[in-house]
Design a protein around this ligand. Structure first.
Ligand SMILES: O=C(O)CCC(=O)C(=O)O
Ligand SMILES: [Fe+2]
Length: 275
């Protein structure tokens, strides 16, 4: 964990090298404020995908993975200053800008998820994800070593898997993302693994004492159980209950290292200052 601040190290997910879980990263008032800003945003900002919709903030990426920058929404750079708070975690201390410059906002209705995938090489290998409104169970997967290769499991589409590689359907790590929490994924888990969220309407957990197979993805054992903020989530997980999904927004924050160099006048017109 070279380059990890002592403050961040305190949030390391047990059993992982480079995943950090920070419960209550923002307050419930800040969460409501962000959700209000998101739901008030113009319909035209949404891009509809088959199983979720999303908005892209901070600019578009060129085919050569360069960012054509656009100003981030002001409520992320002033109060509640999510960008400043992410910089202060130290998670981006080694990336070009020391803080994210690009955010994908995802909206998931109950029953929607995201297939296992990699985020790709356009970004410095860190992603910080803020969850709003509802929880999700986030699974990390490994590629099967070549000698174990066989057909991909039915619930994982080939489209998401690079040619010639198949995914081990048993997650190597599963974490519960509570509303208002931040999860930071870095290094190996970012560059050489996949991550995804099942498209289900509720998440079921095995009771701590049960003998359910530890790797069963339908009843995940959570690596971050001891880090949950307490209250309802911790109780349900410990008792082996179920959590119904509500509408969840995720802000996935990354740093695109290569930014198209715009001249000062264009920067000013786009509302961008030099960092
Ligand atoms: O919603 C999430 O927590 C994950 C989203 C994700 O993996 C992505 O946008 O690449
Ligand atoms: Fe992703």
């Amino acid at each position: 964990m070279d380059g990890t601040s002592a403050q961040l190290a305190a949030y390391l997910v047990p059993g992982s090298n480079e995943t950090f879980y920070i419960p209550e990263f923002i307050t419930s008032e800040e969460e409501s404020y962000l959700i209000r800003k998101i739901t008030e945003s113009s319909q035209q900002k949404w891009k509809n995908l088959p199983n979720r919709r999303l908005q892209i903030w901070g600019g578009e990426l060129t085919a050569k993975s360069q960012l054509i920058p656009q100003a981030l929404p002001s409520y992320l750079t002033t109060f509640p200053d999510i960008i400043g708070r992410l910089r202060d975690t130290g998670a981006f201390s080694r990336s070009s800008h020391g803080q994210p410059n690009h955010i994908i906002l995802n909206e998931y209705l109950p029953g929607q998820g995201i297939m296992p995938h990699e985020d790709g090489p356009s970004y410095y290998p860190v992603v910080a994800t803020l969850s709003l409104g509802s929880h999700a169970v986030f699974h990390y997967y490994r590629y099967k070593p070549e000698d174990e290769d066989d057909d991909p499991p039915a619930h994982i589409s080939d489209a998401e898997v690079p040619k010639g590689r198949s995914i081990d359907p048993l997650p190597i790590l599963s974490v519960l993302l509570e509303p208002r929490s931040l999860v930071i994924t870095r290094s190996e888990l970012y560059t050489a693994h996949l991550h995804g969220i099942d498209d289900i309407t509720e998440d079921a957990f095995p009771a701590s004492s049960s003998s359910v197979f530890a790797g069963d993805p339908r009843h995940p054992r959570l690596a971050n159980e001891s880090q949950l903020r307490g209250g309802e989530y911790r109780q349900v997980v410990a008792a082996g209950g179920t959590l119904k999904r509500g509408v969840r927004y995720s802000l996935t924050c990354r740093d695109v290292e290569r930014v198209v160099n715009l001249n000062t006048r264009t920067m000013a017109a786009l509302g961008l200052g030099r960092r």
